[in-house]
Design a protein around this ligand. Structure first.
Ligand code: AR6
Length: 177
């Protein structure tokens, strides 16, 4: 792994709706019609045009991703992905990995070079943060290595504890240099 890839990652605590990046990722449900948690916050901040565009898309299966505009958000785009309900939606680890992979693929297809992820599935869907974090970092970092046009990858967490887990996991990865 190229050390430069790690320099493009930042782990922050805060509200994803406030970020001025090319795309923020939404932890949606398969209807794409909004909900609670980060999904609710993104829809509130983006405004009703986001819901109208999501209606046209007509849903998204677990593990896949879809892109819309960002409307009133500072982010130009929203990439909506549907995480697994932990222990319920088939192979949870494989499905969560696909969420990160498919979000990064959509980013590439749309020339998105700055992107921010929340902790997909780690709220209402019950995924343990440590396991989810390892999947999030392990799946996205190889894309930074392979596609040098990516400039910034942000993981934005809501709680102190989740932020600490991500920072520790990142530290363990960089210690290998
Ligand atoms: N910015 C960053 N992170 C946030 C924000 C925010 N504004 N708000 C919450 N989080 P969740 P899920 C964190 O429940 O588990 C929705 O109703 C939160 O602390 O939003 O994938 C959807 O419609 C947690 O760590 O998503 C689905 O029905 C993480 O974001 C369902 O919840 C994800 O928590 C999806 O559940």
């Amino acid at each position: 792994m190229d050390k430069n890839a790690y320099n493009k990652i930042s782990i922050k605590q805060g509200d994803i709706t406030e970020l001025a990046v090319d795309a923020i990722v939404n932890a949606a449900n398969s209807s794409l019609l909004g909900g609670g948690g980060v999904d609710g916050a993104i829809h509130r901040a983006a405004g009703s045009e986001l819901l109208a565009e999501c209606r046209i898309i007509g849903g998204c299966p677990t593990g896949e991703a879809r892109i819309t505009k960002g409307y009133n958000l500072r982010a130009k785009f929203v990439i909506h992905t549907v995480g697994p309900v932990y222990g319920k939606s088939g192979n949870s680890a494989e499905l969560l990995k696909r969420c990160y992979e498919n979000s990064m693929k959509i980013a590439i297809d749309n020339h998105i070079s700055t992107i921010a992820f929340p902790a997909i599935s780690c709220g209402v869907y019950g995924y343990p943060i440590q396991e989810a974090c390892e999947i999030a970092l392990g799946t996205t970092i190889p894309f930074l290595d392979q596609y040098s046009f990516f400039k910034k990858l942000i993981f934005i967490l809501f709680s102190d504890g989740d932020t600490r887990v991500y920072k520790d996991c990142m530290q363990n990865l960089t210690n290998h240099f």
